[in-house]
Design a binder for this molecule. Structure first.
Ligand SMILES: NC(=O)c1ccc[n+]([C@@H]2O[C@H](COP(=O)([O-])OP(=O)(O)OC[C@H]3O[C@@H](n4cnc5c(N)ncnc54)[C@H](O)[C@@H]3O)[C@@H](O)[C@H]2O)c1
Length: 335
C-alpha cells in the first residue's frame, strides 16, 4: 500500500482519489477550497459532477496542505490549470526528497508558454516529476468503467512507481518517457474540442467532425514534434485518444462551450453558461503563440482564435479552412 495525496478535490481529483482508494491505497484528498472539502465530508460524494460515486470511508479529507504533503510517497496535482503555479509554490516548503509529484492538470500557461509539469518543476526545483494523461473522463473513472492512460516521466523508475500505484483491473496504465509530448497532446486537444463543439453546434455532420479531428491531430503533432515531443506520442492515448474522447463526448466542457458558440452564443455567454474553467479557451491563445514561436502552420488554431476573441462567425471560419490552398495530406513536421 502507498500513501498518496490528491491535491485538488474537483471532479478529476475526486475521481482519482476514489480509483486509488478502491485499489487499496491510503489516500488523502486536499483542497484549497474549504466548501469543497466540507461538501465531500458531508455527502461522501461529489454531488454536482460525480453523483452516485461514493468516496470510500478510507479517504481522508483535509484543507491543510502541510498535512497533505507530510509523509506521502506520491502527490497528485489535480487543481485546474490556472491554479497549478500558486499551488506548486505553496507546496514547495512541504515537499521532501524522494516524493513523486504526478501532474494530471492540462494546459499551457499563456504568459510563459510552459506546460503544467514544467511549471511545477520551475516552482519546485529537483522534484521527481511525472504526468498522467489519456482518454479518462472523471465521470466514467469514478464508475469504474474500463479506461487506459499513460504515465510519462523522464526517470523510468518514477514512471514505473506511478504505473504500479494507479494500475487496477479497470484502469490500465502504460509508461512513456515523453513528458512534453504527453502534456502538449492533452492540452492542445482542448482547442480542437472547442472546434468540434462549434461544428456540432452548427449541426454539420460526422464528416465535418472527423475531418476536424484528423486535421487537428495533424496540427498538434506538427507543433508538438517541432517543440521536441515524439510524433508517436500524438498518435497514442494522450494524443489522439484524448482528442477522440474530448471531441465526441458531452462530458467535455470544451466541447460544450464550443457547441454553445456554434449555436450563436458569444464566448462570454458560452463560458458563463458552462460555469467552470474551460481550459481550451486559454490554451487557444497559448497555442497560437507557440505556432508563431516555432514557425508551425496551425490553421485550425488560428480560426478558433478568430472566433473566440475577434468575433468571426464559426461558419465563416469553416469556409476559411476549406478554401485554403490545396495541399498534400501529410506535411511531416517541416511546416
Ligand atoms: N474532469 C476530467 O474528467 C479530467 C480528466 C483528466 C484531466 N483533467 C484535468 O484535471 C484538472 C482539474 O479538472 P477538474 O475537472 O477536476 O476541474 P474542476 O473544475 O472540477 O476542479 C477544479 C479544481 O481546482 C481547484 N481550485 C479552485 N480554485 C483553487 C485555488 N484558488 N487554489 C487551488 N486550487 C483551486 C478546486 O479545488 C478543484 O480541485 C484540469 O486541468 C483538467 O484538464 C480533468
Amino acid at each position: 500500500m502507498s500513501k498518496i495525496s490528491v491535491l485538488g478535490a474537483g471532479t478529476w481529483g475526486t475521481a482519482l482519489a476514489i480509483e486509488l482508494a478502491n485499489k487499496g491505497q491510503q489516500v488523502t484528498l486536499w483542497s484549497a477550497v474549504e466548501r469543497e472539502i466540507a461538501a465531500l465530508a458531508a455527502d461522501r460524494t461529489h454531488v454536482t459532477n460525480l453523483p452516485g460515486a461514493t468516496l470510500p470511508a478510507s479517504i481522508r479529507l483535509t484543507t491543510d496542505l502541510a498535512d497533505a504533503c507530510d509523509d506521502e510517497e506520491i502527490l497528485v496535482c489535480a487543481v485546474a490549470s490556472p491554479y497549478v503555479r500558486e499551488t506548486a509554490a505553496k507546496m514547495k516548503k512541504y515537499v521532501h526528497e524522494g516524493q513523486i509529484i504526478v501532474n494530471v492538470s492540462k494546459g499551457i500557461e499563456e504568459k510563459t508558454l510552459l506546460t503544467m509539469t514544467q511549471i511545477i518543476g520551475e516552482e519546485i526545483p529537483g522534484a521527481r516529476l511525472a504526468v498522467l494523461s489519456g482518454p479518462s473522463h472523471a465521470e466514467e473513472v469514478s464508475r469504474n468503467i474500463p479506461t487506459a492512460v499513460v504515465v510519462g516521466a523522464e526517470d523510468p523508475e518514477v514512471a514505473k512507481i506511478v504505473q504500479e500505484a494507479f494500475f487496477a483491473d479497470m484502469f490500465r496504465v502504460y509508461t512513456s518517457d515523453d513528458v512534453l509530448g504527453i502534456e502538449l497532446g492533452g492540452s492542445l486537444k482542448n482547442v480542437i474540442a472547442l472546434a468540434a463543439g462549434m461544428v456540432d453546434g452548427l449541426e454539420y455532420g460526422d464528416n465535418t467532425k472527423a475531418a476536424l479531428m484528423t486535421r487537428g491531430i495533424a496540427e498538434i503533432s506538427r507543433l508538438g514534434a517541432k517543440m521536441g515531443g515524439k510524433e508517436s506520442t500524438f498518435y497514442g492515448l494522450s494524443g489522439i485518444g484524448d482528442l477522440i474522447v474530448t471531441c465526441t463526448s458531452n462530458h467535455s466542457r470544451n466541447h460544450n462551450a464550443g457547441f454553445l458558440i456554434g449555436q450563436g452564443k458569444t464566448t462570454e455567454e458560452a463560458l458563463a453558461e458552462v460555469g467552470q474553467v474551460v481550459e481550451g479557451v486559454n490554451c487557444a491563445k497559448a497555442a497560437l503563440a507557440l505556432g508563431k514561436k516555432y514557425k508551425v502552420c496551425l490553421p485550425i488554431v488560428e480560426e478558433i482564435n478568430d472566433v473566440l476573441f475577434h468575433g468571426e462567425s464559426v461558419r465563416d471560419s469553416v469556409m476559411d479552412l476549406l478554401r485554403r490552398n490545396p495541399t498534400e495530406e501529410y506535411q511531416g513536421t517541416k511546416r
